[in-house]
Ligand binder design. Sequence first.
Ligand code: IMP
Ligand code: MG
Length: 411
Amino acid sequence: MLSRHIDETSWIEWIKGLLAVPFVLHSQPTAVFEPKGESVDATATRTQRRYAEIMRDVEDIVNDHINHQQVGTQNRSKLKLLVPSVANFFTPLALHDAFIWQDHRRFISMRRFVPPSFNDVRIILNTAQVMSIVRNGPLDLITFDGDVTLYDDGQCLTPDNPVIPRILTLMRNGSKIGIVTAAGYTEAHKYYERLYGLLDAIYASDLPQAAKQGLIVMGGESNYCFRFDGGVPDMLALVPKQEWLLKEMVLWEEADITALLDIAEASLRDTVKNMRMEATVVRKERAVGIIPRPGHKFCRETLEETVLIAQKILEMSEVGTRLPFCAFNGGNDVFVDIGDKSWGVLACQQFFGGIEGNKTLHVGDQFLSAGANDFKARLACTTAWIANPAETVGLLDEIAELEEVQARKLR
Ligand code: IMP
Ligand code: MG
């Protein structure tokens, strides 16, 4: 696929490739039909040791990259030579310990036929990231994407969602919460409709008022900010722009915004025509997108093609060099938004008094290189890449468990 973006994929594939070597050399598939010889446990222990050593080495390579970052020479680090698309790191990664932790849950070293997979590595990286943050804590801010991260695509955060008590616990422990979603609406009511399960639960909880105010919603990637105020009917109040815009964002001119959206709209219309898509064009104040006509489903390839054409045309345009934008595939729609989630997360950090990237975690589902929007958050903070809302719940449980371990250590 043609795409110039930095992305998480090559980094994960690279680690997966390193783990393939001990898998090939040490897993014993023939033991399934030739039971004589070393026991399953002994093989697994040996394989685990090899995997863990590799993860320790990768951890060291990341630390070396961080040392380079600190003096501005990250482009000359060994990691940059090995994985040119790698981004900067906000914290070290506890890869060795995270591997052992996940191996106890996923039995990676026990496997004889299935090597460490992309998903294994993605999940180990998430654990390594949260381990690092919790150990050097506290986790001051956690930002969540909406669709696929907190609830299923296009659905709402209903009162039965298991993520709700976990988010309340985070708030009780002092973490601020930002919901950084591409969904862009100007009215609080629309966000209340999508998020009511969580908002009502915060309202009804016995959290102190100050903790309740630790939740904001950043909509349209980085265009609309609402804070929890517990007022009826919508629980959310629009925050005036002067209270949350970053100083660079103040310079974004209306004429440029219109010009960029005009170019994006023309590109989308063109692709819809050429690819015979059953789509409706939606133009908003800060976004333009295509959504399917009722009953239609677009295939992934068509969606990605649409994104990449729009992205390329915008990158080549004059206004596209002045104004940040984000073109992405939303599963069954394509949107081009003004700004992106890196701006959204940075604005949350500023709103809560200047929280740093190494104390912030963004949880999202879109980190693939072509047409994804969460990976932009990687420029502003640490990230966790989840595949569905159940994994988000699992990750929050992991954070709680790790915090418990950490608290015991400090006692
Ligand atoms: P997210 O996963 O929370 O970032 O939400 C992305 C989804 O929000 C997209 O796939 C769209 O279906 C929906 N959406 C609604 N309005 C907008 C908009 O203005 N820009 C981008 N996405 C939007
Ligand atoms: Mg999403």
